[in-house]
Design a protein. Structure first.
Length: 300
């Protein structure tokens, strides 16, 4: 028995929803090929596209570690599993790279075991993978990668994950400036205490964004996507962040911000053409300061 699974990149936080909002894109993403073998135990036989950066040790790799957890949970540690991981998206990009790999692996093992768990039930296993990857089990990448679309993590304890509606023509223009920002470091630089007046602004914006998604109100979505807590600190790590924001907004973006922990940035648009033009302009801007970049355009 062999299965091949693709899982998508995700844009976490969606500006104002640190650790509670995220959406999936069509591409890029990662691929896992999984085979049942005769020899009990989970092994990673091959990783491609990672430039040797990811561990082959099954206890340290997020894909095999979460598959091991899954097998323990269903009481099938007697089984042998061989995993090939094909990275098809940049690592440390803020696009949910570890999440895409982990989710592809969990979806594959669940398929091999007749979908014993629902995608919702796989979320906690994937969160443990995130904990291994960056020290904290946030769900705002793994939940949209598993469920698709826009997702709200209403609560972590107990876990309460909710799929949200969104305007059907919504697109994302994503640009990844090729500078490395590990999520672990980008999390450590955030202040852990916030002022009440800033919290008031933030939860007003989260509620505004969610309302805009429900009512297809792009104007409300745009004016709600403001982050007073995290972006002011993390934007320092992103070359020409505010310049890129001005360019995107002048070109008709609904909103602009950091994808996950960065350095990728994204703009929401109402159509694919605007998204393409924005990625081209942002890449040109980065090139003018000698930063190479990759870009992706996707529907949400
Ligand atoms: N919510 C997480 C963070 C996402 O911002 O650290 C990481 O991609």
């Amino acid at each position: 028995d062999t299965v091949k699974v693709f899982a998508p990149a995700t844009v976490a936080n969606v500006v104002c929803g640190f650790d509670v909002l995220g959406f999936a894109v069509n591409a890029p993403g990662d691929e896992v090929v999984m085979r049942v073998t005769d020899k009990p135990g989970v092994i990673i036989s091959k990783i491609t596209g990672d430039d040797g950066r990811l561990p082959l040790n099954p206890d340290k790799n997020t894909v095999s570690a979460s598959v091991q957890d899954y097998l323990k949970h269903i009481g099938r540690t007697d089984i042998g599993i061989d995993i090939e991981l094909h990275k098809k998206m940049p690592i440390g990009s803020g696009l949910g790279s570890s999440s895409a790999s982990t989710v592809a692996g969990l979806f594959a093992i669940n398929t091999l075991f007749d979908n014993q768990l629902s995608n919702q039930e796989l979320v906690p296993f994937a969160m443990k993978g995130e904990e291994l990857a960056c020290g904290y089990g946030h769900a705002d990448n793994v939940a949209p990668a598993l469920l698709g679309g826009f997702v709200l993590v209403r609560s972590y304890e107990p876990l309460d994950v909710i799929s949200l509606p969104f305007p059907q023509d919504m697109c994302a223009a994503i640009v990844y400036p090729e500078v490395d920002v590990p999520t672990k470091d980008a999390r450590q630089m955030i202040r852990s205490k916030v002022l009440l007046k800033d919290a008031v602004k933030q939860w007003g914006n989260v509620a505004g964004l969610v309302t805009g998604l429900f009512t297809n109100d792009y104007d409300l979505i745009g004016r709600s996507m403001v982050d007073v807590l995290v972006e002011p600190t993390r934007s320092i790590l992103i070359p020409d962040f505010y310049k890129m924001r001005s360019i995107a907004m002048e070109m008709g973006a609904v909103s602009f911000g950091i994808s996950g922990s960065g350095p990728s940035v994204f703009a929401l648009t109402k159509d694919q053409d605007t998204a393409h033009l924005i990625t081209q302009a942002l890449q040109k801007q980065l090139k003018s300061i000698q930063i190479n970049s990759l870009s992706f355009v996707s529907s949400v």
